[in-house]
Ligand binder design. Structure first.
Ligand SMILES: Nc1ncnc2c1ncn2[C@@H]1O[C@H](COP(=O)(O)O)[C@@H](O)[C@H]1OP(=O)(O)O
Ligand SMILES: [Mg+2]
Length: 350
């Protein structure tokens, strides 16, 4: 199975959704009217992104049975108070699709069409058949701050991730570790994509030629730097810091939002990603499926804190032991040891 046409459709869908999201984020940042705590712009972009991805996948792959596991549902949009938002989303979606040459002749979508496209995302996933997995805006906190976020789309086939696309509209094309000139950092917008057995590639969201990427080859943890969530509410920063200390990591943590961390790691910007959500949080498959294949096809490893690979075949949730750790094959054994020791220390100090 080559998944060529599926990958082409996924890249197109994620790129169009990224354009829609950037438009909303720019308007949000320029607006004096919306306070940063106002949730409506992010809501409009979330739904709009999901509608665009759903529409493009269905249009590009008409012969396939279509199953989509996605974050948003239309409950609120079907209420009376949701009508104004629904109108805004519908306009945004039509503007985005209308700008794309191939859809220019497609009749405008009605609000009903948009609701239908969003509702396609109701699938529960699982171990049988094919399921698309979508986070229309991963890292909503980063989106609202004007920082990093991602559109994350993956395909599961019989419970395994077989392709993944990560659109990271604000991620610099140059490594975020290089102290390069200001101008190279000005260029942002990366599209990472991977197919099982065929490696990971990155291109610019505005369409440069893809280049193959690889995870960092660092074998000495003292030279490694590590990624973690920007938001302390999403991951235990004190636990990461204890693990980094045990490993001998010298660099301070690089804190960025969303699966942009997986993308940056896949091209070697940093060598380790540590994620330890607070107790009780259940990880969803759309928050890791695309990132996971982007890193593993670039030569990295993604496991839970006990060293088990992530299992995407159980429905919407990942049942995990404690957290998620990501690094290259050389560093994984010492990272696992440091993770175990730090978790044991934490438990015995309670
Ligand atoms: N309490 C939480 N703990 C961990 N992750 C969370 C929590 N709340 C939301 N998330 C999700 O974590 C992911 C991104 O986290 P981070 O940027 O820290 O890597 C997002 O998918 C975000 O949801 P969302 O996709 O709605 O933003
Ligand atoms: Mg998310």
């Amino acid at each position: 199975m080559t998944y060529d046409k599926e990958l082409a459709a996924a890249k197109k869908a994620a790129s169009l959704a990224a354009t829609l999201c950037q438009k909303v984020q720019k308007a949000l940042l320029q607006s004096d009217v919306h306070s940063k705590s106002d949730k409506s712009p992010v809501t409009v972009a979330d739904y709009g992104s999901q509608a665009v991805v759903s529409f493009v996948l269905e249009k590009e792959l008409p012969t396939e049975l279509f199953s989509l596991v996605a974050e948003e549902d239309t409950g609120d949009l079907r209420t009376e108070s949701g009508q104004e938002t629904l109108q805004r989303i519908t306009k945004l979606v039509n503007d985005s699709l209308g700008n794309e040459e191939v859809y220019a002749d497609t009749p405008s979508l009605s609000t009903e069409d948009v609701l239908r496209a969003i509702d396609h995302g109701k699938s529960e996933g699982g171990a049988v058949g094919r399921h698309w997995v979508l986070d229309p805006i991963d890292g909503t906190k980063g989106f609202v701050r004007g920082d990093q976020y991602a559109i994350a789309l993956a395909l599961l086939d019989e419970g395994k991730v077989v392709l993944g696309v990560l659109a990271c509209p604000n991620l610099p094309l140059a490594s975020i570790n290089q102290h390069s000139s200001e101008s190279s950092h000005d260029k942002v917008g990366c599209l990472f994509f991977a197919k099982v057995g065929e490696g990971t590639y990155m291109q610019s969201l505005d369409g440069s030629s893809p280049v193959k990427v690889h995870v960092s080859a660092i074998a000495n943890p003292e030279e490694a730097s590590f990624f973690e969530s920007f938001e302390a509410a999403h991951s235990l920063h004190d636990l990461s810091s204890s693990i980094a200390k045990k490993l001998g990591v010298k660099a301070p943590p690089v804190r960025i939002d969303s699966q942009a961390k997986y993308g940056a790691l896949s091209r070697g910007d940093g060598a380790i990603y540590l994620r330890f959500p607070h107790k009780g949080y259940r990880e969803k498959i759309w928050d890791h499926a695309a990132g996971c294949i982007v890193v593993t096809e670039a030569g990295g490893e993604v496991t839970d804190a006990a060293g088990n690979p992530l299992d995407f075949s159980k429905g919407k949730y990942l049942d995990l032991d404690t957290g998620i750790i990501v690094t290259n094959k050389k560093l994984m054994p010492s990272l696992l040891k440091a993770v175990r020791a730090s978790i044991e220390e934490k438990v015995s100090s309670l």
